[in-house]
Design a protein around this ligand. Structure first.
Ligand code: PAF
Length: 285
């Protein structure tokens, strides 16, 4: 039986472990998560392991990125299960700080990334990306990895983090990991656990409509009309509401259209199925 995964809970403990590896000339990969791990997270761990000598994962359900009516209190938490999965995947260290370690009394600094944070989830979830940018800036400063891996499922988050790292001169390479999917196309997400069996049948339609949207746009259909078609498709499939399904420029997330889209397209969507908010995206480059 392999040894249990070592867990550290303070910045000082994390820095001591990582510092020893660094002193020995080894490279560090980092995979920040909020726990409730699934195959998508484990694929990010494997990506980090292929690129670095040691891999640190963090689990921190970050309160500052949840809105007042969101699922912070009910977000699934099972550290023992997560640690076993991480250890099984070959991860070397788990960093699992308490809220007071990340946000000690008297902490008042917030990181906001303009531009790329503003549309889409920036409108649907006010304050969300400031919470993400702040915690990710802190985590990267605490761990000081050579590379950090984030899932492409949260495509806007990935672009916010790329911008943040570039603008604040944080010396880390950000690597995007491909979205892991169930066989029927549903993007794996910790929040899929909220779906009822009936909703789980409808959920893959989000990926299906994204695919059809990209195909239509790639064939020269007008952006605005295609987005309207896609919204109607999701609603008729049984989604309760659609926050957005929009074609954007991948790097800046600037709007495309209203006519045919030229060049590289990323279509991003967020839609609600019962109490579950699902997001997904697809691109052609
Ligand atoms: O994607 C997530 O799990 C979170 O948003 C992150 C990047 C760990 C920040 O809390």
């Amino acid at each position: 039986m392999s040894a249990p995964l070592p867990i550290v809970r303070t910045v000082a403990q994390l820095r001591a472990r990582v510092g020893a590896w660094r002193k020995a000339g080894h490279s560090i990969g980092f995979v920040p998560t909020m726990g409730a791990l699934h195959e998508g997270h484990l694929s990010l761990i494997r990506l980090a392991m292929a690129r670095a000598d040691h891999v640190v994962a963090s689990i921190f359900v970050n309160p500052t990125q949840f809105g007042p009516n969101e699922d912070f209190d009910t977000y699934p938490r099972d550290e023992a299960r997560d640690a076993a999965l991480l250890g099984g995947a070959g991860c070397h260290l788990l960093y699992a700080p308490e809220v007071a370690e990340m946000y000690p009394p008297g902490a008042f600094t917030t990181v906001t990334v303009s531009g790329v944070s503003e549309p889409l989830d920036g409108l649907a979830r006010p304050g969300h990306f400031a919470g993400v940018a702040t915690v990710v800036a802190k985590l990267l400063n605490q761990c000081a990895p050579d590379i950090a891996v984030f899932g492409e499922k949260d495509f806007q988050q990935l672009q916010v983090i790329r911008r943040l790292v570039q603008d604040l001169d944080i010396p880390v390479e950000i690597v995007g990991g491909p979205t892991a999917r169930a066989e029927d196309g549903l993007a794996l997400s910790s929040r899929n656990a909220y779906l009822t069996p009936e909703q789980r049948v409808i959920a893959p339609r989000l990926n299906g409509v994204l695919r059809e949207t990209l195909a239509r746009l790639s064939a020269g259909a007008a952006v605005e009309a295609t987005e309207a078609w896609a919204t109607a498709e999701l609603l008729s499939a049984g989604f309760k509401s659609v926050d957005y399904i929009e074609a954007r420029a991948p790097d800046t997330l600037a709007r495309l259209g209203p006519g045919p889209a030229i060049g590289v397209i990323r279509v991003l969507a967020a839609a609600r199925l019962g109490r579950t908010r699902l997001i997904d995206n697809i691109g052609n480059g």
